[in-house]
Write a protein that binds this ligand. Structure first.
Ligand code: SAH
Length: 364
């Protein structure tokens, strides 16, 4: 494998598939230190030292999908379901303003019970009452709904394509009857509608190879994503994929591991192929390394964190994977903890909404 020793621009200019695979399989600590330096330099040059805070509100855990990985999928009868009220959501948004966040992210299972008008009302209410940017992450909805929510004022939409391998995707994310799941098409549509589009993948899904991950990274660049979320796959025992994971042979040479290191490599490479993207240091990464996963992500290309604002009584019911970091924390505690971690590594708390520089470049 050709190890890049040149500038960040060299890496951005042409990271061929094989070179990315080379980095993903790299074990030499000295060379990896070089990758981390390139990602840090690229992050600093492209999006600066500010870390933007996005308040996450998990508004419903109802879901019609049967995603093999996800703890709140429709097949899991063992959890209580909830939907937040508009008042509760608005209270969380006001708290985001008090904490100085620039964005709220409304996330949920794929819940048709969240009616399009109801969501539009809540977007308008947040926009009327606060200066916040509004990000939605509500799964696969219709074009009409995406249009209506954009008109209501939604700024961004997050929908991970999870893996660019079509067979693996269909296996872990079965289509609904009569409606083929095509998240890449949805992402293009969202960009077309003027949303900042965010996507990403899980790292170390059973059956996912290094080559698959390298293709995922090139897909980030191809889509010119505004936001890229990457976290390790964390097996949930009450899911089909969680059960598959337990039976997985330990020594399959092509299987990408769901480790902290592999996640950091994907994040660093995501930064190099999409220098201007907003990249969060995810809760899944903080779950595999509670001590310093959050900071590590910020030092491997990330410039965003997403403190959780979901009311304490709903937190434990939104368990997409087990032992989720911060699940017991109040919004206050989460806020203080995130700020302290950012400052401790010499970074600054971002001011304002932290809009996508990639979108600015694309549309200016
Ligand atoms: N219903 C929405 C939001 C899903 S939760 C949607 O489907 O887009 C957000 C992300 O959490 C998912 O896209 C997935 O990448 C991640 N996730 C879900 N289950 C996970 C698990 N077991 N381990 C790691 N990440 C997981």
């Amino acid at each position: 494998m050709a190890v890049k020793t040149g500038t960040t621009e060299d890496v951005i200019a042409g990271p061929a598939l094989q070179e990315i695979v080379g980095w993903l399989t790299e074990t030499d600590e000295g060379r990896l230190a070089h990758l981390w330096r390139l990602a840090e330099q690229c992050r600093r040059d492209s999006v600066g030292d500010e870390v933007h805070l996005r308040g996450l509100i998990e508004i419903s855990n109802y879901c019609v999908r049967r995603c093999g990985y996800c703890g709140i999928n429709a097949g899991n009868r063992g959890i209580e379901r909830y939907r937040m009220t508009q008042r509760e959501i608005l209270d969380c948004a006001r708290q985001a303003v008090e904490f100085g966040y620039g964005t709220v992210v409304l996330q949920s299972g794929e819940d048709p019970g969240l009616k399009a008008d109801w969501i539009a009302q809540i977007i308008r209410a947040i926009k009327k009452d606060t200066p916040l940017a509004v990000t939605l992450s509500l799964g696969e909805r219709s074009d009409e709904e995406f249009v209506a929510w954009r008109q209501a004022g939604a700024d961004r939409y997050l929908i991970r394509f999870e893996t660019s391998n079509p067979q693996l995707y269909e296996h872990i994310h079965p289509s609904l009857p009569g409606r083929r799941s095509d998240r890449i098409a949805i992402l293009r549509q969202l960009t077309e509608l003027g949303y900042e589009a965010g996507s990403g993948v899980m790292v170390g899904i059973p059956g996912q190879t290094y080559l698959d991950l390298a293709r995922d990274i090139l897909t980030f660049a191809d889509l010119d994503l505004d936001m890229i979320g990457v976290g390790p796959y964390l097996p949930h025992p009450a899911t089909p994929l969680g059960k598959e994971y337990m039976k997985m042979p330990a020594n399959s040479p092509d299987q990408a591991p769901n480790t902290e290191l592999m996640t950091c490599k994907v994040m660093a490479l995501a930064r190099l192929v999409c220098p201007l993207a907003n990249i969060p240091s995810t809760t899944a990464l903080a779950t595999v390394n509670r001590e310093s996963g959050r900071e590590l992500g910020l030092m491997r290309g990330a410039n965003i964190v997403m403190p959780n604002l979901t009311p304490a009584k709903y937190r434990a019911m939104y368990e997409i994977y087990p032992a989720k970091a911060c699940i017991q924390e109040t919004a206050d505690k989460c806020h203080e903890c995130m700020k302290a971690r950012i400052v401790a590594i010499g970074r600054k708390i971002g001011a304002g909404r932290g809009d996508s520089k990639a979108k600015y470049r694309r549309t200016r």
